[in-house]
Write a protein that binds this ligand. Structure first.
Ligand SMILES: *Cc1c(COP(=O)(O)O)cnc(C)c1O
Length: 355
């Protein structure tokens, strides 16, 4: 006799984490903040360590109020999770069941297909267009009677591309009101588009929009696991129902609150990351790589079959990036020293562009 396995679990791909880096190497494989936590955040968390024998506030009232204040929404529009990946999972579980469809672009955030499968729903992957960006017309066409949710990852991981603000508005308007459009803005802080598509504005304008934010990237709290959705009240209530109780720790809540109070300091760090992203992009282009412009904290190099070769060069130069075999390499922007290393590793290695 063997233990039963839930039917369909064989379809769930295992999540592949960005590679670990050996000591001294530049870890540019997971789009984390290259900076250590702010002193104020460390202090706030340290002060609370003596209370970890207690369960956290499941309603996270203080933090939800702070987020609500920041975005001028109601606290009952906010649902928290242990990272926005957990909130993405809650969103799927709240609206989709077995056989229902969830539409997203591909390639996009690696977690989407597994989260959809785990919920018993069916992932519908719509290929990115020639510019490695969301193909919104094709995504509209992919909607069926079984579609319950659509993810728009903006900026998109791993390509760094963004959707056009007006086109996204038109898209949301064209989606049936019983289909939830989830705009995953994990990298929104790094977006310097002239006219940025604004998930919060779409949330305010339409009844079927939710926005996903995380403290993992721009706020530098990847290890503490905290993210949230801003969603219509009824959806947010359902997210709390499907959430695993107490998954958001008190330390995570305290760190998030301290981070919201340190926006000015964090903004300076974000600007620095954006500056390094541009240096990284220009350097890769100058070295002959087909890197594409990014609005996130990483640069995508669609090197195709040459991806393994690029990975090997980076490895040799003490840089760990994220390779998607046969497709491309995603390099997080890091500090100026990190970018120096990348550019040194690739300098003079290539004489022509292969896309
Ligand atoms: C990193 C990332 C997230 C969230 O990560 P958490 O650490 O779970 O908050 C969500 N969406 C995208 C597209 C990401 O790249």
């Amino acid at each position: 006799m063997t233990i039963n396995t839930r039917p369909g679990l064989d379809l769930v791909p295992a999540y592949r984490q960005g590679k670990a880096a050996s000591p001294g190497a530049s870890k540019l494989s997971s789009n984390e903040s290259p900076h250590q936590p702010l002193d104020s955040v460390v202090t706030a968390v340290t002060e609370r360590l003596t209370t970890i024998h207690r369960y956290p506030d499941i309603g996270a009232a203080q933090l939800r109020d702070a987020i609500a204040g920041k975005y001028a929404v109601n606290a009952d529009n906010i649902a928290l999770g242990a990272g926005s990946v957990e909130v993405a999972s809650q969103l799927i579980h709240a609206v989709a069941g077995p056989g229902d469809e969830v539409v997203f672009a591909w390639r996009s955030f690696e977690a989407y297909p597994s989260l959809v499968r785990i919920a018993g729903a069916v992932p519908v992957e719509v290929p990115l267009n020639q510019d490695a960006a969301h193909d919104l017309p094709a995504m509209l066409e992919a909607i069926t009677e079984r579609t319950k949710l659509i993810f728009i990852c903006n900026p998109n991981n791993p390509t760094g591309t963004v959707v056009d603000a007006q086109q996204l508005d038109d898209f949301v308007n064209a989606v049936p009101r019983d289909v939830l459009v989830v705009i995953d803005e994990a990298y929104v802080h790094f977006d310097r588009s002239a006219v940025r598509a604004d998930g919060l504005a779409l949330f305010a304008k339409y009844p079927h929009v939710a926005v996903l934010h995380t403290f993992s990237k721009a706020y530098g709290l990847a290890g503490l696991r905290i993210g949230y959705a801003i969603a219509p009240t009824e959806v947010a209530q359902n997210l709390n129902k499907v959430a695993i109780p107490f998954s958001v720790t008190d330390l995570a809540q305290v760190a998030a609150l301290a981070s919201l109070r340190a926006e000015v300091e964090l903004a300076a760090r974000i600007s620095e990351v954006v500056q390094q992203r541009e240096r990284l992009l220009q350097g890769l282009l100058a070295a002959g790589y087909p890197a594409i412009a990014s609005q996130a904290n990483f640069v995508w190099v669609p090197a195709g079959e040459a991806s393994a070769e690029l990975e090997a060069l980076l490895d040799a130069g003490g840089v760990v990036a994220r390779t998607f075999a046969g497709e491309g390499v995603r390099i997080s922007s890091g500090t100026s020293q990190d970018v120096d290393r990348v550019l040194k590793a690739v300098a003079g290695q290539r004489s022509e562009v292969t896309a």
